[in-house]
Design a protein around this ligand. Structure first.
Ligand SMILES: Nc1ncnc2c1ncn2[C@@H]1O[C@H](COP(=O)(O)OP(=O)(O)OP(=O)(O)O)[C@@H](O)[C@H]1O
Ligand code: SF4
Ligand SMILES: [Mg+2]
Length: 335
């Protein structure tokens, strides 16, 4: 008689394990990791943040999860399980069937997702048609979603081409497309950066409702730690392609361990301590070809660096779901 497997708790909607994505860079002809051993998980109904300065690998991570990695990208290592299916072993047809229904992405650049030769209404409605809605149903769904994302005069806009819309409107058209089929997972890459404050709040509310009412899991990518603090329950901090800190949002932003996270918090008016002078983190994220293989990725910018930080990869320390990749963690947590 075969024994039944033990009953496990529900698997996460998304489980990324040690994902490494490389690009050719520099004059040497070598390839370098834009994303290095990134692991992250999102449970059903969770809204999770991904934060880091420009060039840290947020978009490459999201595009790779969506199966849309940029040209030249090589996935040299890792697993991406979505609802129990290993995405990296699917073919393009299987992936595109998944995209737009179960798994949707809001792109940082709206034109990436829009067809310039097709009217915006038809594009949104087509997303519903592909998944079985009748022509009339698709149009109604599209118009209703256009209203929900705050587009004005939707009957008229329905018949316009993308180039006739402002950047912010295009962004909202794309968001409507991404949300139309109520995906199980939404990857939202800087969904509101190009929008003015009122519309920003409205879009974030739409995303939050989708998360709360439909149980959609969301990976929210943002430069804005204030937005992350308001919206997310957990956060991953990415630096030079590596997750350097992660955990519950309140814990990570109130008691950051990694000097990079501390720097991000101190550089933001709404998050820094009252009365403390705001200061940007000195230096910049190194380009791919300057990221050395060994040692701490933050070494060159870190005020607390010591010789041992350069010698090998810092230990990954964890306490109550709070993870930090820094030798300071042991001392700060008294481990
Ligand atoms: N197609 C590509 N070819 C070569 N390098 C690339 C390519 N796409 C991204 N990169 C490199 O990968 C690194 C991470 O880029 P990515 O776009 O993921 O950053 P990001 O965190 O999304 O930044 P931003 O906040 O500016 O959107 C960068 O150093 C970038 O130069
Ligand atoms: S491991 Fe060392 S260099 Fe890296 S962040 Fe921690 S203290 Fe700074
Ligand atoms: Mg990006």
């Amino acid at each position: 008689m075969t024994r039944k497997p033990p009953v496990l708790s529900k698997p996460p909607v998304l489980a990324v394990e040690k994902l490494t994505v490389e690009f050719p860079a520099g004059r040497s002809g070598g390839v370098f990791p834009a994303v290095k051993e990134v692991s992250l998980q999102i449970e059903a109904g969770e809204l999770v943040g991904l934060v880091g300065e420009s060039g840290c690998g947020k978009t490459v991570t999201a595009l790779t999860i969506a199966g849309l990695q940029p040209e030249g990208a090589k996935i040299s290592h890792g697993k991406i399980r979505f609802q129990g299916t290993e995405l990296l072993s699917l073919n393009e047809e299987q992936r595109s069937r998944l995209r737009g229904k179960e798994l949707s992405m809001i792109f940082q650049e709206p034109m990436t997702a829009l067809n310039p030769l097709m009217k915006v209404g038809s594009q949104i409605a087509e997303a519903a048609r592909v998944h079985g809605a009748s022509k009339q149903e698709a149009k109604e769904k599209a118009l209703s979603m256009m209203e929900q994302v705050g587009l004005p005069d939707v009957q008229r806009l329905y018949g316009e081409y993308p180039h006739r819309l402002s950047g912010g409107m295009r962004q909202r058209v794309m968001i409507a497309m991404a949300l139309l089929n109520r995906p199980a997972l939404l990857l939202a890459d800087e969904p509101t950066t190009a929008l003015d404050v009122t519309i920003q709040a409205q879009i974030l509310e739409v995303i939050r409702n989708m998360n709360r009412e439909m149980g959609a899991a969301v990976l929210l990518i943002s430069h804005d730690l204030g937005v992350i603090r308001r919206m997310c329950s957990r956060v991953y901090i990415l630096y030079a392609g590596q997750v350097v800190e992660s955990g519950p949002v309140d814990e990570v932003l109130s008691r950051p361990i990694h000097p990079y996270t501390k720097g991000l918090v101190a550089s933001l008016p709404s998050l820094g301590k009252r009365g403390e002078k705001l200061r940007p983190i000195p230096g910049t994220v190194p380009p791919l070809e300057e990221r050395s293989g060994e040692g701490c990725p933050f070494y060159n910018r870190c005020e607390r660096r010591r010789p041992q930080c350069e010698a090998g990869t810092p230990p990954k320390m964890e306490q109550n779901g709070h993870m930090a990749l820094c030798i300071d963690a042991k001392e700060e947590w008294g481990l």
